[in-house]
Design a protein around this ligand. Structure first.
Ligand SMILES: NC(=O)c1ccc[n+]([C@@H]2O[C@H](COP(=O)([O-])OP(=O)(O)OC[C@H]3O[C@@H](n4cnc5c(N)ncnc54)[C@H](O)[C@@H]3O)[C@@H](O)[C@H]2O)c1
Ligand SMILES: [Zn+2]
Length: 457
């Protein structure tokens, strides 16, 4: 497909919204449409305690409901969940649905969700669970996850494997430890793997679940902001190869994602800011109102105001869920989630993985993408300024590190996954705030100008 045509089909969000009109039940921006001629059908998957039900209408996924025997049927993504489906001590919970037909799943977002045995137990298939975590997160939260799984004589038996912490362990040897444990403890096809940790654990555990016995049930409990707003949603799983990041993997969707916002209280500041870079991305590529909200609420996010964080996570998940439900396997639209990432990956690779956090590299990459968009005449000059201001406020970098030269950028970007037929396609901003394109149809000289503007040599 010609790049120009391609970019034209990927203008977001106005065209996107019209494409998705029949398919937007996953997003709480739109009310689920219930047609009058077909009776909704529910598929529920637990017979004891509160049940989680998926409602279909004319075979189309509509929404997730939490059915509580005590409280009656509650629509999970409606505000009254907070009022009726939980014991009075529990706080509000939001549910965002990822609409992928029979592989649809809910993202639960709220405080104290690790203390909600019903949620976790409802998504466990069989009686055997393997929790995959690491040496940092395990000591903080593993006991609570085990307690939730076994609460009330659930009959669920739980094993765990604690991996070393760090991106450098997202590789085959460490993955083998997960399989070793699963085989030693005789996990069978009806077992459930649970990822408890940040994106590294989520990607590894997800890939292990995708490949163990050709695929077992999988639950994500993301504990970094990065994983809560991005990596736990959408089913991309995988590990690194010595020759490149995320080169070995599979698309494999979880049964549910459980985001307990309280886990962010132990997250280091720098990791929090790294996640904020992805939150900013959603506003820029498709959600102007969300970007404007961030401009007003960045301080609340940085001071970890619980309701600000919960809102940012929910809105990010809604955006990601909608994109993923329209383009699960990244044939086009999903690539727009990579705003700033081509420049960012070059930075991560150029200075050596681990030098900068992913979100830090994405932040600098976003400024570079905005600069190039402005040079192309696709956005006005106020937008790059607003982006820089917001990133600075979040204490994120707004330029690449000194060691990144023009040549280094060029040589690394030449092998980017988004190169097709020798043409580097980029996600660039175009039009008013909240619009972007994924395109290879731009003036090469403009890319050079941007690189020269940000690099010393
Ligand atoms: N699958 C996807 O779609 C996708 C998307 C974006 C990123 N990723 C991947 O995610 C990874 C980055 O994820 P990340 O930023 O979460 O990094 P991470 O998993 O390395 O976590 C960052 C650090 O925070 C620690 N940590 C996690 N939760 C904590 C908590 N609650 N309290 C204290 N410390 C905690 C971790 O142990 C680690 O040291 C990369 O490997 C990236 O490739 C995947
Ligand atoms: Zn990213």
């Amino acid at each position: 497909m010609a790049a120009a045509t391609f970019s034209a089909t990927l203008v977001a969000p106005s065209i996107l919204n019209s494409h998705s009109e029949t398919n937007t039940a996953s997003s709480s921006f739109h009310k689920p449409k219930i047609s009058v001629f077909a009776k909704p059908k529910s598929i529920c998957f637990r017979s004891s305690g509160p049940r989680i039900c998926r409602v279909f209408n004319a075979n189309k996924f509509v929404r997730t409901e939490v059915n509580s025997r005590a409280a009656g049927v509650i629509r999970a993504n409606a505000a009254q969940v907070a009022e009726e489906a939980r014991p009075s001590a529990q706080k509000e919970m939001e549910v965002v649905d990822v609409d992928l037909g029979d592989r649809s799943y809910p993202i639960y977002i709220g405080s104290s969700l690790l203390d909600r045995p019903d949620l976790l137990q409802s998504h466990v298939k069989g009686r055997r669970v393997l929790v995959v975590t690491n040496t940092t997160v395990g000591p903080l939260y593993l006991d609570r996850v085990v307690a939730a799984l076994t609460h009330g004589g659930s009959n669920i038996s739980v094993e765990s494997v604690i991996l070393p912490d760090g991106e450098k362990y997202k590789e085959m040897g460490t993955l083998m430890k997960v399989f070793d444990k699963a085989i030693e403890t005789r996990m069978d096809r009806r077992c459930t793997f649970i990822a408890l940790g940040g994106g590294v654990i989520g990607d590894m555990c997800g890939f292990a679940a995708a490949s163990f016995l050709r695929g077992v049930n999988f639950i994500q409990i993301p504990t970094t902001l990065m994983s809560q707003v991005d990596s736990s949603v959408g089913g991309k799983t995988g590990i690194n190869h010595p020759l490149g990041k995320n080169l070995i993997g599979a698309f494999f969707q979880p049964q549910c994602v459980l985001v307990d916002t309280d886990t962010l209280s132990t997250l280091p500041d720098r990791e929090l800011a790294s996640g904020i870079a992805e939150v900013i991305k959603y506003g820029l590529i498709r959600d102007a109102a969300f970007f404007e909200w961030q401009e007003k609420n960045m301080q609340a996010l940085l001071t970890r105001d619980p309701s600000a964080l919960a809102y940012a996570i929910k809105r990010s998940c809604e955006n990601k869920a909608e994109v993923v439900s329209l383009d699960e396997k990244e044939s086009g639209l999903r690539a727009t989630l990579n705003l700033g990432h081509t420049f960012g990956h070059a930075i991560e690779n150029g200075i050596g993985y681990g030098g900068w956090l992913h979100g830090e590299a994405v932040a600098a990459g976003t400024v570079m993408a905005a600069d190039m968009s402005y040079r192309l005449g696709w956005i006005d000059d106020t937008l790059p300024k607003r982006i820089v201001k917001l990133l600075k406020q979040a204490k994120l970098p707004i330029a690449p590190p000194e060691e990144m030269t023009v040549d280094k950028f060029k040589s690394i970007m030449a092998v980017d996954k988004k190169v097709a037929d020798g043409l580097l396609r980029l996600i660039l901003l175009k039009g008013p705030l909240g619009n972007c394109v994924f395109t290879g149809d731009y003036d090469r000289k403009t890319l050079d100008d941007t690189l020269r503007a940000f690099c010393h040599s």
